[in-house]
Design a protein around this ligand. Sequence first.
Ligand SMILES: Cc1ncc(COP(=O)(O)O)c(C=O)c1O
Length: 390
Amino acid sequence: MNDFDEVIDRQHGNAEKYTLRKQLFGTEDVLPMWVADMDIKTPYFVTEAVAKRAGEAIYGYEEMSDSAFEAQIAWMDREHDFTIEREWMSYSPSVVATINLAIQAFTRPGEKVIYQPPVYAPFFKSIANNERELVSNPLRCDEQGDYHFDFDDLRMKIDKDTKLLLLCSPHNPVGRVWREEELRELADVCLEHDIKVLSDEIHSDLVYRPHRHIPFASLSDAIRDITITAIGPGKTFNVAGLSISTVVIADETMRQQFETLSKRIHFAEGTVFGHVGFEAAYRDGRVWREALMEHLLVNVQKLEAVVQKHSDKITMRIPEGTYLAWMDCSKMGLSDKALKGFFVEKAGLGLSPGILFGREGKGYMRLNFAVPSATMDRALLQLDAALDDL
Ligand SMILES: Cc1ncc(COP(=O)(O)O)c(C=O)c1O
């Protein structure tokens, strides 16, 4: 059995995916395929590094080591052709924290921040929570179900108070890996209007061939100098619980603005286990990640086969990146409440309703397929049977 097929019992621990089932779905009797962590084992080279550190006697204050940053720098260079200098980088406990801090550092209350729904909810919640004005620039979905930036809408909505754009790249939940020409056009608009870009690239290592992730800041020096890049091992190596990510800001003034705030809040330097897990992931993770991607692709292809069988009810595109399937269930003709109810009660699956990603997600459901094969097969049997009966 390979590492990706071992079923780990998470029901008796604190895994949020499981503990929140009753609250979210009204029952514990669902296979939870919602929040974006994996039911796949964290790789052995990470757990071994953490176990070794756990055996050392003192867990006092620690700085994140240069060697940890260097491991990520080497990874970004090799995997994404993105050259990062050590001094551009800092620690952040989470990408969502980085988003909030960037909003505070680079905009003032009442100023406008652009987001592109349907999108990971903390994007728009962070704008609202920080009392900035939300500017929605929805992605455009074409007849094939592919999503695109809507540049006409974007240009129309920008005014002098628009200061920041939150880019999700690759995009959760629609699974797009943005192509170079799309990113360049987006960058041109932002450069022209003096808009900074927070590029959330947490899913950047979860991209299916032949697609290729292009770091927004790698496009040109000018683009790099308006960009805050948020990256981390949380999704790829299933270490969200280690609370570690990094922020890359090349422009010195912007970096100082950001760091002043992060010091004020006291992000500090993270946990002793986070540091070693992070370093091991980026240092030793290459082969494991490639095998993971093969496993994920098989899972999503199986899902696609079931969805195709029921194409009168559900349609989906295989995502270009992420382990999240964005399923268009609008042909089922159900309200969002009834749709969620169908998946919970008839299919026994706890998924994320599309509406949580903005009103553009109405009629969709998001399914996390980062699970062992046996779990995937069980989920698909349940889904197939429920759709047969509908
Ligand atoms: C696009 C995106 N950004 C950020 C996060 C969360 O990152 P963190 O746990 O580092 O805050 C997620 C988790 O699903 C995500 O999908």
